[in-house]
Design a protein. Structure first.
Length: 153
């Protein structure tokens, strides 16, 4: 009975249930993409191919008495699966990158650069710990003194 209780505690943890939901949604998404490729993409590609339905194309490796028993290397079916994969990978990349970019936001900076010694110091610092200069919010680095221009009197 303890085994059942341990299994129940493990199976209904949040991560396991989330994983199960993800697998089910992934399987459904895979069926949708397979249908998209088979019903929309492959007919367009078949127009360009001379044989029409190229997913059934292949090389006969060994002939049999019954044509249904031939050993055939079906490269068309393989190419269809590769196209399925590429579409699924592209769509998943676009979806995941959008989710990640919206969830992960840039944090506000916690440091600033000292205008005098160019070291990183905390934002709330009023004095640089490296060069001991006053670095309040309105203080800036001293400008280099411009040579005085003579004025006519």
């Amino acid at each position: 009975m303890q085994l059942f209780a341990d299994f129940k505690k493990f199976a209904f943890k949040g991560n396991v249930v989330d994983l199960a939901v993800g697998v089910i949604i992934g399987a459904a998404f895979g069926k949708i993409v397979t249908a998209l490729v088979a019903d929309l993409v492959m007919p367009i590609i078949a127009l360009a191919m001379p044989s029409g339905d190229w997913k059934k194309d292949g090389y006969v490796l060994r002939h049999a008495a019954d044509p249904k028993q031939d050993v055939v290397l079906q490269y068309g079916d393989f190419l269809g699966s590769v196209i399925d994969f590429l579409i699924i990978a592209t769509v998943l990349f676009l979806i995941v990158s959008q989710i990640v970019s919206r969830v992960v936001k840039k944090d506000d900076p916690t440091t600033k650069e000292c205008a005098f010694c160019i070291e990183q110091i905390p934002l709330k610092a009023t004095k640089c710990k490296f060069c001991t200069s006053e670095v309040g919010p309105k203080l800036e680095a001293p400008a280099t003194a411009a040579p005085a221009t003579p004025t006519a009197v």
